[in-house]
Design a protein around this ligand. Sequence first.
Ligand SMILES: Cc1cc2nc3c(=O)[nH]c(=O)nc-3n(C[C@H](O)[C@H](O)[C@H](O)COP(=O)(O)OP(=O)(O)OC[C@H]3O[C@@H](n4cnc5c(N)ncnc54)[C@H](O)[C@@H]3O)c2cc1C
Length: 430
Amino acid sequence: MTQQTYDVAVIGGGIAGCASAYYLARRGLSVILLEKGEIAGEQSGRNWGFVRQQGRDPREIPLMIECNRMWRELSKELEADLEWRQGGLIYLAENEERLAGYAAWLEHARDYQLDSRLLSASQATAMLPGVTGTWAGAIHTPSDGQADPVKTTRAFAAAAQRQGVEVRTGCTVEEILTAGGAVSGLRTEQGEIRAGKVMVAAGAWTSRFLRGLRVELPQLYVKATVLRTNRAPEYSQLGVWCNHIGFRQRRDGSFNVAPGRAADLYIMPDCLRYLRDFWPSFKAQSGDIKFLVGRETWDGLGIMLGGQKALTRQMKRKRVLDPKPNARAVRRAFAEFKKLLPAMANLHVEQSWAGMIEATPDEIPVLDAVPGYEGLYVATGFSGHGFGIGPIAGRLMAETIADARPSLDLTAFRFKRFAEAAPLAHGGAV
Ligand SMILES: Cc1cc2nc3c(=O)[nH]c(=O)nc-3n(C[C@H](O)[C@H](O)[C@H](O)COP(=O)(O)OP(=O)(O)OC[C@H]3O[C@@H](n4cnc5c(N)ncnc54)[C@H](O)[C@@H]3O)c2cc1C
């Protein structure tokens, strides 16, 4: 029996991989999607659920405006309940300096006629009944929204399957196969697969996985913790962020609450490997990052010594990257939440979890072909804000892979920017 050859093999069952697979199939391509664990098992099922234009790196704004349009129609398009609510997003500013930063960002938003605006302290607190604290003001974007991460990612996978995509979970891709400088398929733990093109959307694993082809992509990851409360009566459909915490009320009444900035970085060999690339970020965020030594440190050393074989063993052993939530971060975030909204003081923490957020040095993704290998593409590096932008990232990757003509300019997201002489630019996200 002759083995089927797919037009495209997609690696990774997060929102980037599932949305890409769906839009590729919509364009008539034969697609297989491989996921080592389960759909939405990692970042795409563990995030806060903010779908925001507000505060983004200006280079992402055109993509996110189009994506916001897509979100409004997505439940219908995917034939699924995504818990999409367009309740707006507000960032409270604890001082004038922070408010000035928001005002500066607003200049970018104006270029695109976004509905973002500054609010006075009294306008802001009127939108959040019972909120305590002294605020200099806020920034508010009424057209932003929120959705359920797991439901959305699974809905993309299910819709992709209805379009003919073969979805294999529990299937680790061990190696990308090449012939004469072009990709020819994959070696997986379930055997070889032939494919004319391969797209890597492997989240926190991407950089280490691509190293198997001697492709260098600077990427690190940090652990971020989230908690969920028990249900409360409807309070607000706004997503809220201030210096200490971010929160949103889910449709069932419970709140997702998380520390506003804090993240845990496990010291590992890649921190040294990419120290120069990430130095400006380390310096700018040094107060927010806690450096740790732990399991990820030893696993990173194992990969350094054992190469791709060690990486494959770890991918199979871990299946789903499920780090232990930071108990102190949970306590602190919940205490801040109750201080901010004393009316919620009788709630309790029902669940907590953590996810590994991967990032690039300039904190915007890579959405591009990989130089040096014909037929190889990558969508990764969403740097903590890839859920909201995931649908358009998937559509643009499908356009790029299918006919090399994405409908929006992806120059800023090119792969080779990390190797260019000019220093990487931080675009002014807040
Ligand atoms: C705590 C937290 C809060 C966040 N909050 C928000 C938010 O409010 N809004 C927002 O927009 N974004 C948010 N994000 C970021 C967002 O979740 C991510 O940017 C986005 O989900 C990334 O999607 P992805 O598909 O690139 O990666 P992932 O969802 O991580 O998926 C990658 C998948 O690839 C699979 N994989 C890796 N290697 C292989 C292999 N070799 N073979 C097979 N499968 C493989 C993995 O198992 C994984 O399932 C948050 C993230 C976290 C962790």
